[in-house]
Design a protein. Structure first.
Length: 90
């Protein structure tokens, strides 16, 4: 299973209505956290009813919890846009 597939599978616990996951590792080549094979720097947009009524910090914590140890290895950086249904930019 690829890292992207594993991320999507784990985030499935949040029942996303929409999820966009982009590996941006190539943009960070030579950076301290970048690995030769990529899979280290990600950009995530996720829409889930689980985020309704929750502040941004709580939403991010929910994502970190779902990803578990992936946040230590191989993920080095994760840009997150987490929205509840109907929110702007969702």
């Amino acid at each position: 299973m690829s890292v992207a597939d594993d991320i999507r599978r784990r985030l499935g616990a949040l029942a996303p209505l929409r999820m966009e996951l982009v590996d941006e590792s190539a943009k960070h080549a030579g950076h301290a956290g970048a690995a030769p094979g990529g899979n280290t720097h990600w950009n995530l947009t996720i829409v889930s009813a689980a985020f309704s009524g929750k502040p941004t910090v709580a939403r991010h914590r929910m994502i970190y919890q779902a990803l578990g140890e992936l946040m230590q290895n191989p993920i080095h950086a994760l840009a997150i846009r987490a929205h509840a249904p109907g929110e702007t930019d969702a």
